[in-house]
Design a protein around this ligand. Structure first.
Ligand code: UDP
Length: 243
């Protein structure tokens, strides 16, 4: 099956490699492409917010399963997804591609000192990139104004790390205006990229406990994680309904 529905959100059932191939094709064709990397929190938020659900199911071109909770839910529903495809892995790979091909990249999101550190890292390690914009995520302008600022720089790639649903709202505006770029919401990726937040060591990642590592290293996350048990309950109910 090419799409797997988890509580109303249609995920693309593709491997990391398949996403890579399709993205390269779309970059070559300058096709306007909006990718959402969705975890259980995003699925739950969309279930509470019809506008956000519309963005996911009508405006996005791709939805990748970012989070082991999504992969497990798909298994439980008897419609397994090929693999977890994280926003961070796609982001770092695309930055590499952009550097090799001298692409124009616009980065928006995270705290001023973080985006500054990201800029320095790009200059150091991804020097082929033409960084056409690097804006922190704590702006006061309306999203329409910010979208216009981005469009004017004619980027090939846009990464928004503003948290959800703000990053998806911004990218949906650009997608509606048919900006010929590959655009992706990447959540906390700039913090990790800049070294401000560490990704879980491999042991935790392999044990599928990255979420637990993030919880113990950043205890303020527990409030957000309260939606996760509800996610599991809702998936169980969806499974019963399917039978
Ligand atoms: N952020 C931002 N503007 C805001 C709120 C958040 O730029 O108004 C940034 C924040 O600094 C962080 C990212 O958005 O870098 C979201 O991180 P979060 O941990 O929420 O991401 P996720 O867990 O969804 O990957």
């Amino acid at each position: 099956m090419s799409k797997i529905n988890i509580l109303g959100v249609d995920f693309d059932n593709k491997s990391f490699k398949q996403f890579q191939n399709e993205f390269i094709g779309r970059i070559n064709m300058h096709q306007s492409t909006f990718t959402v990397t969705a975890n259980p929190e995003i699925v739950m938020a969309a279930n509470e917010n019809p506008e956000f659900m519309k963005i996911l199911n009508y405006d996005a071109d791709y939805i990748t399963p970012d989070g082991i909770g999504i992969v497990k839910a798909a298994q439980m529903l008897g419609t397994p997804l090929q693999e977890r495809v994280t926003g961070y892995d796609l982001f770092t790979w695309l930055m590499r591609v952009a550097s090799e091909r001298n692409l124009r990249v616009y980065l928006i999101g995270a705290k001023p000192q973080v985006i500054h550190a990201v800029q320095e890292k790009v200059a150091r390690e991804y020097s082929g990139i033409q960084l056409v914009g690097a804006k922190d995520g704590y702006f006061n302008e309306d999203l329409e104004i910010v979208a216009y600022q981005i469009e004017r720089t004619e980027p090939d790639l846009v990464f928004a790390a503003l948290g959800s649903p703000k990053q998806e709202q911004l990218l949906a505006l650009l997608r509606k205006n048919l900006l010929p770029a590959l655009m992706m919401g990447v959540g906390g990726s700039f913090d990790v990229f800049a070294g401000a937040v560490k990704r879980a060591p491999l042991f935790w990642q392999n044990a599928h406990l990255e979420w637990f590592y993030r919880l113990i290293t950043n205890p303020t996350r527990w409030k957000r994680m309260l939606v996760l048990p509800k996610f599991v309950v809702n998936v169980r109910e969806a499974k019963k309904e399917k039978k």
